[in-house]
Design a protein. Structure first.
Length: 312
């Protein structure tokens, strides 16, 4: 099962809440994964999902809110051996119109994609609507790989409404086009974690945070290792360069011709080729700081550059 499937399975068992929240969640289900079919004066409302757990939840919501026994069908996808499709069907003109009217899915006689003010006014209903939207048309990537959560909708106005709902909880949802529809998405890990908290996926939230902490620790360790490796490489390269200079000076004029401070640090470098400048400074008598040792090394390199010109 995918990571998104695990999150949705948890949400499908979430408590139903008050009647207003049940209505908000069912509204999102119908708007995002439902369709109306009309033929020969007959009308039917269909809600589709690929999850048995979500199908049971939708079926229960119809029953709790409207005392209606909707029908549940299962169809097997033939192409590419995909999973079952679960279809919840509500038939009968009077029943369908009752549901659409009470859930404010109609504006006059036409379907509307605008989220009603009734939902906006109550934070609990905002949470429920976002939960239904995610269950119906949402997805989340495994945080081990990347951070991305999205909800697909066919209509731009509805996408903008979803962003407004998220903004009620200080979430900064973004909208992008995808094929013939629109995606509302979050890419910041903290925002995704907060979204999971808002819709009630608390088990998934704990798992998400654990993975996020481990990833952050792993990345921090990698950065430290890379930093230490880079510093070590710099130390080795500097040491090799300094040794070449000191050996050239010793060969051409002899270290005994150097001033005592330069002679002392040159001999220490020959004796301790792997030491850092700070470690060399600690070996001097009296001890000298890193910048002081570096100053002497630069003087030696300057002398070495002069000798190289003469040799050439």
């Amino acid at each position: 099962m995918t990571y998104a499937g695990q999150v949705k399975n948890e949400l499908a068992r979430h408590e139903y809440g008050e009647k207003c929240c049940q209505a908000a969640e069912l509204t999102a289900f119908i708007r995002l994964s439902g369709n109306i079919q009309i033929s020969r004066q007959r009308i039917g409302l269909y809600v589709l999902t690929s999850s048995a757990a979500i199908a049971r939840r939708i079926f229960s919501l119809f029953k709790k809110l409207f005392k209606l026994n909707s029908e549940l069908f299962v169809r097997r996808k033939v192409r590419l051996r995909k999973n079952n499709v679960y279809i919840i069907r509500l038939s009968g003109k009077a029943q369908v119109l009752e549901v659409l009217t009470k859930l404010e899915l109609l504006q006059g006689d036409s379907p509307t994609q605008t989220i009603s003010d009734t939902i906006y006014k109550n934070r609990c209903c905002c949470r429920a609507y976002l939960r239904g939207a995610f269950l119906a048309a949402g997805s989340i990537t495994n945080p081990e790989n990347s951070y991305h959560l999205e909800i697909y909708t066919d209509y731009e106005s509805h996408a903008e409404d979803l962003v407004r709902l998220m903004a009620n909880f200080e979430l900064q949802g973004k909208v992008t086009t995808r094929k013939r529809g629109y995606l509302v998405y979050l890419k910041d890990s903290e925002q995704i974690a907060e979204f999971l908290n808002i819709i009630g996926a608390h088990g998934a939230l704990l798992n998400f945070e654990n993975i996020r902490i481990l990833k952050d620790m792993r990345n921090r360790v990698n950065r430290l290792v890379n930093f230490e490796t880079a510093n070590m490489n710099k130390t080795v390269e500097a040491s090799v360069r300094q040794l070449e200079v000191i050996r050239l000076i010793d060969k051409e004029i002899g270290l005994e011709k150097l001033d005592p401070p330069l002679r002392e640090v040159a001999r220490l470098r020959l004796q301790h080729p792997e030491a850092s400048l700070q470690e060399l400074g600690a070996l001097l008598d009296p001890p000298l700081g890193k910048s002081g040792v570096n100053h002497r090394m630069r003087k030696l390199e300057k002398i070495g550059m002069g000798l190289q010109k003469k040799v050439r």
